[in-house]
Design a protein around this ligand. Sequence first.
Ligand code: CTP
Length: 403
Amino acid sequence: MHLAGKKIVFAVTGSIAAYKTPQLVRLLIKAGADVKVITTAAAEDFVSPLALATVSKHPVAGNISDGAAWNNHVEMGLWADAMIVAPCSANTLAKLANGLCDNLVCAVYLSARCPVFIAPAMDEDMWLHASTRQNLQKVRTYGNQIIPVAHGELASGLIGEGRMAEPEDIVKYLDHFFSDNNKPLKGTKALVTAGPTYERLDPVRFIGNFSSGKMGIAIAEALANKGAQVTLVLGPSHLQTYHANVTTVKVESAAEMYKACMDIFAQVQVAVLAAAVADYRPEEIADEKIKKANETFEIKLAKTTDILASLGKIKQAGQLLIGFALETTNELDNAKKKLQAKNADMIVLNSLRDEGAGFGHDTNKITLIDAAGEKSLPLQSKGEAAEAIVNHILELRHAEKTA
Ligand code: CTP
């Protein structure tokens, strides 16, 4: 059992399946977890808070405030190693998908920094409705885990899909999630670069690019979810990650990013360079703000050091080096050349010609290129694309080990 000592916030929402939750709480406690239950008002129509308080051995909270006392949702979100929403009604799912915050369950969900598991429960027609499909897709892209629904008798009397998974299956799902078998990168150290770089011209101006850092951050999180200890070298980006296994090193310029990467590369087994690094920087940085004078103004640029190529030169056996290629013409050929020239093990190709791909979008369309060939993937969320990249890294590692 891998749930021993785990702190779990257990949110119950309004569905008939709520009658099974005291049993689920009992099973979690038997597995060694510490469980605090919160409820929506509708949940309390289906299951008694007294029953849940008795089995969990903690008071049950149902409101953001109880009279003069405030239930600290932030504290609860920080306390938890896992949050479970079971059963998750269609209504709560819609709220979680859209960031609504009109009750304690939503407030704790928005404050939680831990993995969130959602066990939906609803009638089949609601389950199959296009809006429910969309809401499920949305919460998945936030990194939440959906515990699959079961097929069987529903509250309506119909037989179909939408039953909450059985308490035993939910416990199994969680146990598997927390087991080491599910963490193939445990013990692996990884380096990820992300975001743009800013190259200073003078104290108030820089040359930069439109990279948001989203793709690189998603890769850092996907590696961390599989157990890797990740150092994220992040250029100027307003995004960040709170993943417990990711340490962020903030840098500004290509030179700073180069230095940070060189400092840690020898200690990592996997490096993914997703940053949009400036190829050129102003040759000189003016000490004072450059004044407006002539009609035209020329800036002399000098090449930056190619980080990927530099790491490729010092790469040792047992290290995997992954680069990106952002191309607008001759995409595949150019990307294959980069694989060779920079001594990378894989290049992730982005084409700016693909709609929904590239800078700032939440989606990406990538092609994975390695020595064995290439694999084009469909347009997907950056989280899903990151998963696919990490799965391919696992395949490359496996191939290397068995070679
Ligand atoms: N890269 C790097 N250091 C640089 C420039 C690029 O590490 N100074 C890395 C990027 O992080 C990416 C890969 O090299 O993983 C390819 O970047 P890209 O801009 O597509 O290619 P370039 O080598 O810069 O070539 P070009 O701009 O001519 O396409």
